[in-house]
Design a protein around this ligand. Sequence first.
Ligand SMILES: [Zn+2]
Length: 404
Amino acid sequence: MQERNPLGSAEYINRLNKIKVLSLIRESDEISRAEIAKQTGLSAPTVTRVVDSLLNIEKLVVQTGIGESSGGRPPVIVKFNGKDRYVIGIDWGRTHIFGVLSDLNGHTLTNLDIETEASDEFDSDLKKVVNLIDQLILTSGINKQEIHGIGIAAAGFINQKTSIIEYSPNFNWENINIKKPLADRYNVPIIIDNVSRVMAQGELLYGIGESCKDFIFINVGYGIGAGIIMKGVPFYGFDGYAGEIGHNRIIGSSATGRKCTCSKMDCLECYSSGRGICETAKAQLPFYPESSLNNYQTLSTKKIAEAAQQGDAFALQLFTQAADYLGLAIASMANVFNPEAIILGGKVTKAGKFFTNRIHQVFNKEILQQSNRKIKIMETQLNDAAAVKGAVSLILSEILNFRE
Ligand SMILES: [Zn+2]
């Protein structure tokens, strides 16, 4: 966003330095300031300033002792201090809500997963989330006062200045304020962000991020979205809506096109999301009397995936078409951003190798070959926990004052 640490400003450089130093400290068990300077390439005074801030202001690292001297001043050893600092992460989905209470090291103390009816009623969903948070605190045995914040991953267009969900096609919500009722009740920072970007941040902090800082996380679930990480920092775009790959039109307009929840026609989501695959199945099933899917009264993406796993030709065809559109869309995105890796996540990517392998194939065919380099496509390391882990990382960013 334009107000958020403009590229090249001293504040932005400081922020990047802090991320770099903190990442190294988190990845090392214990490390000296001299070693931090050596491994990051930052000057000794910069490392001293950043480490002092992490020690005394954010209190995210602790001094663990004095190392062996090799002649000069003995080195001061520091380590990350995520213990005893608790945060709550909530993955607020259309059909389920998942919550964890963990420390900043990412160690989960307790977690809860509740099924919800796919209703459009915000107030009843909010009550469920409040109950879930209360239960997490109760079962963990942690005092309410020890919670440093609540991070929430939700689908939709979320205004980063106001935290208002301006519009969520998945929930059919408009101008929803999740932050205020929760902040009033719990009196801690409440950070809300788009679920796909949150999943990417989960991977950055607790998954692939240890070895890769430039990647795009593609979330294929009820809808489709992307979280873009560049140089270890989430990319928001001007309004905070970057990554809406699911609402790009994927096929030419036709009289038989399908209307998307965003009110446009023939978006990628209409054909390749869990919802889209299910809609295609319903529309085409009458033409495939031999398909095992005819045995069901109602269809779901899970049932279609199971049929495909058992070799049902029609179910496999549905996933093949979905993968073809996805491979094409992801390749376009990779051509624009030139990431080091693409991470595939979200429930639908768990359908099976027939789905993810097909995405790989189409991607490899469509990606610009001139770069003469293979962009790695991999599956999420965090699986269903990517969004909650990411929601936890939102609070870590808040403590670090990375967000404004
Ligand atoms: Zn759309």
